[in-house]
Design a protein around this ligand. Sequence first.
Ligand code: ZN
Length: 1150
Amino acid sequence: MSVNQQAHTGPPYGQPQPGYQGYQQPAYGGQSLPGVPQAQYGAYNGPMPGYQQPVPPQGYFPSLGFPSKGSPVSLNSDTSSLAPNFIGSLRAPPTSGAPPPASGASHPSGHLAYSQFEHGDVQNGIPASAAPMQRPPASQPFLPGSAPTPVSQISTFQQYGPPPASVQQLRNHMAGMTIGSTAASAPPPAGLGYASVPAVSGSFSATGSGLHTPYSTSQGPPLTSVSEGLPLAQPPFPGQTISTQRLPTQVPGFTPPPPSTGVGPSSYPPTTGAPRPPAMPGPPLPGQTVAGPPSSQPNHVSSPPPPSTMAGLHPGPPMSGLQGPPPPTHPPQPGYQMQQNGSFGQMRGPQPNYGGAYPGAPNYGSPPGPPPPPKRLDPDSIPSPIQVIEDDRNNRGSEPFVTGVRGQVPPLVTTNFLVKDQGNASPRYIRCTSYNIPCTSDMAKQSQVPLAAVIKPLAALPPEETLPYLVDHGESGPVRCNRCKAYMCPFMQFIEGGRRFQCCFCSCVTEVPPHYFQHLDHTGKRVDFYDRPELSLGSYEFLATVDYCKNNKFPSPPAFIFMIDVSYNAVKSGLVRLICEELKSLLDYLPREGNMEESAIRVGFVTYNKVLHFYNVKSSLAQPQMMVVSDVADMFVPLLDGFLVNVNESRTVIASLLDQIPEMFADTRETETVFAPVIQAGLEALKAAECAGKLFIFHTSLPIAEAPGKLKNRDDRKLINTDKEKTLFQPQTSFYNNLAKDCVAQGCCVDLFLFPNQYLDVATLGVVPYQTGGSIYKYAYFQLETDQYRFLNDLRRDVQKEVGFDAVMRVRTSTGIRATDFFGAFYMSNTTDVEMAGLDCDKTITVEFKHDDKLSEDSGALLQCALLYTSCAGQRRLRIHNLSLNCCTQLADLYRNCETDTLINYLAKYAYRGVLSSPVKTVRDALINQCAQILACYRKNCASPSSAGQLILPECMKLLPVYLNCVLKSDVLQPGPEVTTDDRAYIRQLVTSMDVAETNVFFYPRLLPLTKADVDSDSLPAAIRNSEERLSKGDIYLLENGLNIFVWVGVNVQQGLIQNLFGVSSFSQISNALSTLPVLENPFSKKVRSIVDMLQGQRSRYMKLIIVKQEDKLEMLFKHFLVEDKSLSGGASYVDFLCHMHKEIRQLLS
Ligand SMILES: [Zn+2]
C-alpha cells in the first residue's frame, strides 16, 4: 500500500506526550459551511495528516486511500502466529486454534454471520419478550434469599394505597418528615402529611394519596439487619437532618435547629429569613460543599464553601431578586393549542382537574381540603445541583485531567477540563458509574449500585486534545492475545525479556511476533513504550487488515442516499423546496478523510409518495432521468449505473435535478405515503453497489398507502397508566424489526427527519433508525419561517458529522466481571457484539457489568472497548479504548468513587427500556426502590451512627434524589397532558443514545439569569436552581435542556432591557412567535445572542428557541422544566421527593 510503512523499524510517532503538541485537527478539508460550527466536525477527520506534521510519517501511512487487498507490505509479517481476528469473532473466518475465551466463542466465518440473524436474537430496543426487564424491577437478584420476587414486590407497592396497619403510626412518620410543619392544623389525607407544598401550590395543596402511594415500600423487603436500631416507638424523625458525607464519619452539613414552635420534634426555618442552623454559617446556600478535590480528600466533610467559590451564586443582595415571591398562578387555558413546540408536540392546554384522568394521579386541580400553611423544608438546606456543579468547576476545572492513575474519578461533565491521555481512555470516551468496583458480587448486590460504563467510541474532542493515533502494523494486523483476542494495550505485561506477553484480561501468555519484539528496560517496560500508542495510551486506532472486512474484501467508500417525501403536505409547507435548495450546497461538505481533496462518499436521490421515483444523475447525461417504481410490494432499484454518483463529476446534473424536483411535484394532490419500501429501496441500492451507507429520509405522515409496512393510527392516550401503556412504545408490526436486521447486515444506517402534523407512530417508524445506529429528528407542525433554521442546522450537522459504518463493538473485561447488558441504538445478534450499521460521534452505548468471579484490590479491573468500523473514506479501522478501575473490599470506597451523573444515565436508559415490557408505574417503583437501597446500604454500612432522623447521603451521591426525581417525572415515565404519544416514543429513543452530559442537562435543565450576565465578559451568568421561586419578575432567564431553549421574561422587566433584547417598547409587544432573537446592536442583545450561540454549539442538536412571557399561556410549557417544583403531571417536588426517599430508606433500615 505505502512504501513508507515501516511500522516495526522506527518509532511510529516520535515523542511521548509532550511531543503530541501541535497536532492539528483539520476540519473537513478546511472548508467551512456558513452557520455550521466547524469545530464540532473538524475534530475527527483524520489523525493522520496532523500527525505527520510533527514527525516523519514512519509507520503511519497517510491514508491516501483505503488499502486494497494484497497491497500492504509488511517486513516481518507472520500471520500464522498472529491470528488476526475480528473484535467480534463473528465477523472472522476462523483463524486460530486458540480456545474460545470465556467471553466469546468461536464462530463460523464472518460473511455468514453477517446475514444470519437467528430466531431469538437479542434485539435492542424492541424486546421480543420480557428480556429487557430480565433484571426485575425490584432488583431481586441483588437480595438473594431475602427479597421477594419482583412480582410480589410490585404487588406490595400496588396494595399500598390504604394506610398500613396503624394510621397513627404512619402519620407519625409523615409528620416527622415535614420539616417545620404545623401539620396538625391541617391534617392531610391518610399518610400524606409529609407533603410540604411549594408556595405556588395553592391549587394543589394536599397532594392526595395518589401522588406518593406508588413510592411506598413499607412492605418491601427489609434488610436482614438493622444498622442502628431505631426505636420506632419514639418520635421517628427527631429532626430531619440532611447530611452528605464522603466518609463514614458522619458530619452533618446541618445540625438540627432548635425545635421550633411548630409541631414536630424539630423543624427547619420555613424561610431564609429564619435563623440558620449553627453548622451553616455563611451564606444561606445549599450547604454540603466540597471545598477540595473530592477524590483527593477522603476525609473531607461538608463545610460551607469559601466565599470565593460562591461567585456564581451570590446569596446576598444579588440573590434576593431571584427569591422574590412567586408569581401568581394562573388558571389553565383549556382552549389553547400550541402550534409549534418542538419535541413536545401539540400542547393541548392543561385541563382543570387533569390529574383525575389518570388512575393514581394526584388531584392537583381539586384540593380536598384547605391549603395548608406554607411550611416546608428549606430548599436551601438540601443538596443543590448548582452548588455541586460550581464546586466541581472551581476545584477541578483548572488542572488537566491526566489519565495515568487507575480508578480516578474524572471531573463532572459540567466542568470544562482538558484531558491528557496517559494510559486510560478519556472520560469523553468512557465514564463509569463507579471507579472503584466491589471485589465480590455479594458486595455489589448489597450496595445495589449498578456497575456500568457509558461509552462514546467516536466522541468528538476539543481542538486542544489529541485524536487517537492510527497504528499500522501492516499485513499482520494488530497484536492480540491468543486466547481472548484482546488488543495490545498498556496493561499487557511483557515477560521473558520481551519475547512473550501475559494478557491483562485473561492471563494467557502469548508469543510476541518477531516483528513486534522489543527489549525491556530495567523496570520491565519495553524500551519503545513511549513510541507506541498501543503501549502508552488509553485510546488509539489500528488499521484493520482484510481479515477484518466483510467477505474478506476491503470495503468500498460509503454512499449517502437522500430520500424526499413529495406528498402534498411536504410540498405545500415548502419543505421539498427547502431540502433541494440546501442539498445544492450541502453536498460539497460531505465527510472526508482529512487530507483528501474530495469526499469519497457517493450520493443518490429518491423522491416518493405512494410510489418511488429514482433518478439517474450520471455525469454524462444532459438532464437527470426519472424512473418510477409503482410496484412497492416488491421493491427493486430500477437502475444501477448512474444512481450513486460522485458529487463533483455529476455536479450539473444533480443541480438540475434539485432545481426540478420542487417544480415536478408543485401541483401534487397525493397525500398518502409509503415508508418501508423507501428504506428497502435504499437498502437494495447499497446492496447493489456493495457498500455501506446512510439513508437520509425526510418524511411527513403516517404511511397508510397500501404497501409493506403500512401502518394504522393506533394512538390511544387512554392507555396511559394502564398495563397496556407499553404498547404505545412498541412497534405495531414486526415488519420493521426484520427490515432493520437486513439493514444492519448491509451497513445501511437510516437517519429519519420527521415533519408530522399529527400522529405518525414514531415508535414504529423509529425502529429502523434506532436499530441501525441512526438518528431521528422531529419537527412537529413544521413551518418554514420559524423552523427552517433549526432543521437546516440539524441537517448540516447530521450530514457532516464524523460517522463510522458497518460497525461492531465488543467490550472485553478482566477476569471477574463481564459485560452483561447493553443500552443504545444498535442491534445485537449475539450476547457480546453490538452491531451498528452506522455510528456517529454523538452516539453512546451504555454497558452494564456483572461479577462472574472475585476481583482483587491489587489487580483492579480492566475494560477494553474495541470498535471495528469503516471510515468515511472506506478504510477499515479498529478504535480501542482502555480503562482501568480500582476494586475495593470496603463499601465506603465504592461510595466515595461513584459518579451520580453516569448513574442517572444508566438508570434512565434502564427505565426507558423497561417501559417496553412493564407498566410505567412498575418501572418507576423499581427505580425508587433501587435508589433507596443504594442509599440505605450506605447509611447502614458507611455512615457513622447518628440520629435516625437524619438523612445521610454519600457525598458523591447527594444529588441522586433530585436527579432521580427528574427521571421519574420525565415525559416517558410520567407524561403531562401536553405530551403526545409520539413525543414520548421520540424522547425514549433519544435518551437511549445520550451521553452523560446530555442526560444531565436533559433531566436537570440549565437555568441562567440573563439579566445577571456580565456583558463585558465571555462567561455565562451563574446558573440557578430549577424552581419557580428562584425566578424574579424583574429578570429574564434562559433555560436549556438540549432540545429546547426557553427565554422567560418576567412581567416587571425594565422597559430598557426589553427594548434592547426584543426591539419592542413594552412587555406586551414581545412576540412569542419569535424563533430567533432579533439582531440588535447593543451590548445586552449581543451578550444574550452569544450565550444562545454558545449553548447551541455545545449540543448535538439545534435547540428550538421559545419565548415565554410570564403569565402567558406558554408558561405552562416552561414550568414543565422547573424540575424542582411539583409538576402538572403529578411529579413530586424535590423537597417532597427527598422526604419520601428518606422514608423509604428508613423503612429499609428498620
Ligand atoms: Zn487474553
